[in-house]
Design a protein around this ligand. Structure first.
Ligand SMILES: *Cc1c(COP(=O)(O)O)cnc(C)c1O
Length: 378
């Protein structure tokens, strides 16, 4: 059987987790949390990064920092995971969904402006499959209308746009280290603050509404409850797991990239024959091999291929029923303009097994099963 995903592990995770135990510090903001944050600050050249308990909680912190009032509008794609929307719905915001581009499956930057109203406060971008949105166009719009930009870079850790790391160009960047992402800590994520002006408030929200972080930095002599907040800091045990992966960042990246490139080469003849569509990587984008997907003719063909692969012991999956067609999406938002691509493209997309250390033999089996499927058609 070939799984769709196997959580990454490098072999050092348990050693570092034992170290955290030996350090007598398994709660949040221990040594490994600090090491991970410092690694990200340096690698991505940002002043502050905070590990969180999930990508979802990083988005929740970003939504809190956007300081929304009930009725404020947030523009986002409908083709995304529900967490992108949840964080803002919790603040009382109304969701305004904008169509995606069929080539990258990202929000169509040219359809955003028409969706902006007096109530719009935030644009949320999603870097689908670790391929960046057209961020410069989006940042220019945000500037023109005085909007904040939250980048859901849950899938984009280590990917770039015009050489700039994803999650670092906006007001708030959010990563996920869920077990399905390139690097993992079981459940976890990170909030990136490209601008330190949000630092104090971010720390208050993350530490149950207290100014405890300032206290630990020695800026104040006692800490107190100053605002509302929550507990968004993960256990140092999880951070220890992540640290083992950050140390092997290049190996994980290269390994995933090799599989991505293998699929892309091997399936090219089918794309050239018009049987399937391969992912598009715009020239501005350096992707991170988060996902390899193909697009089939339609829903029916996708269903047949999933079944065919399953019979060969291969798990390939699709995801994201567009949010605007889900019960909560209908309750909390509206689709602006026409849904030209969101639904139609989402029904055609299929993700192939791709994880750290997938064997050559397994990925060859995936490709040959796909060829067999098309050979037995028509
Ligand atoms: C994975 C993911 C999330 C949520 O991350 P968690 O760590 O699972 O909470 C949010 N948005 C997108 C686009 C994702 O892929």
């Amino acid at each position: 059987m070939i799984d769709f995903n196997v959580p990454p592990s490098t072999g050092k995770e348990t050693i570092y987790m034992q170290q955290a135990i030996d350090n007598r510090k398994i709660c949040g903001d221990g040594m490994f949390t600090k090491k991970c944050q410092a690694w990200m600050n340096e690698k991505f050249n940002v002043p502050a990064t905070y590990l969180t308990t999930s990508g979802t909680s990083a988005l929740e912190m970003a939504a809190l920092l956007c300081d929304l009032k009930p009725g404020d509008e947030v523009i986002l794609p409908s083709y995304t995971f529900c967490s992108t929307a949840d964080a803002f719905v919790q603040r009382g915001a109304t969701l305004v969904f904008v169509d995606i581009r069929p080539d990258t499956m990202n929000i169509d930057e040219n359809k955003i402006e028409a969706a902006i109203t007096e109530k719009t406060k935030v644009i949320v971008t999603v870097d689908y499959a670790g391929v960046a949105c057209e961020i410069d166009t989006i940042l220019a719009l945000a500037k023109k209308y005085d909007l904040k930009v939250v980048e859901d870079a849950a899938q984009g850790f280590g990917a770039t746009y015009k050489g700039r790391p994803l999650g670092t160009d906006c007001d708030f960047g959010c990563y996920s280290f869920h077990e399905t992402k390139n690097l993992s800590m079981g459940e976890g994520g990170a909030l990136v603050l490209p601008d330190l002006k949000y630092r104090d408030q971010a720390e208050i929200y993350r530490e149950k509404g207290t100014d405890r972080s300032k206290f630990f930095r020695g800026q104040i002599d006692k800490y107190t409850w100053v605002d509302y907040g929550s507990s968004y800091l993960p256990s140092d045990l999880n951070a220890a797991y992540l640290w083992a992966q950050l140390e092997e960042y290049d190996a994980i990246y290269n390994d995933r990239m090799a599989t991505w490139n293998y699929y892309d080469e091997a399936l090219k003849p089918l794309a050239e024959a018009g049987r399937l569509i391969q992912p598009t990587i715009p020239k501005e984008c350096g992707h991170n091999a988060h996902m390899y997907y193909i697009k089939l003719r339609d829903l029916e063909e996708r269903t047949a291929l999933i079944k065919h692969l399953r019979e060969d012991g291969i798990y390939a999956v699709f995801h994201y029923i567009p949010l605007h067609s889900a019960p909560a999406g209908m309750k909390f938002g509206r689709f602006h303009g026409e849904d030209v691509y969101t639904t139609a493209e989402s029904e055609r997309l299929l993700r192939l097994p791709l994880y750290y250390k997938i064997t050559n033999e397994d990925r060859e089996k995936v490709v040959s099963s796909i060829y067999h499927f098309f050979g037995s058609q028509s």
